[in-house]
Ligand binder design. Structure first.
Ligand SMILES: [Zn+2]
Length: 68
């Protein structure tokens, strides 16, 4: 069975620069854990902002809810 991949889509509220990361379940757990919100840092303007998991990666958000 192929490993499931999760895509996180984020957009900087200041400069609008957006990015996507594709991570495996292990990487998601290690990097973000089961959280509703997580911190991002924009690669362009270095702004630190909070992204909602529900918006950034609905699939992972679903996983988090199942694990509650
Ligand atoms: Zn930015």
């Amino acid at each position: 069975m192929a490993k499931k991949r999760y895509t996180i889509n984020s957009a900087c509220p200041q400069c609008g620069c957006s990015g996507a990361q594709v991570l495996s379940e292990e990487e998601m757990t290690r990097r973000y854990g089961h959280v509703a919100n997580f911190d991002m840092e924009c690669g362009e303007c270095m702004l630190k902002y909070t992204e909602e998991m529900e918006n950034a990666c609905p699939e992972w958000d679903q996983e988090c809810r199942l694990k509650e």
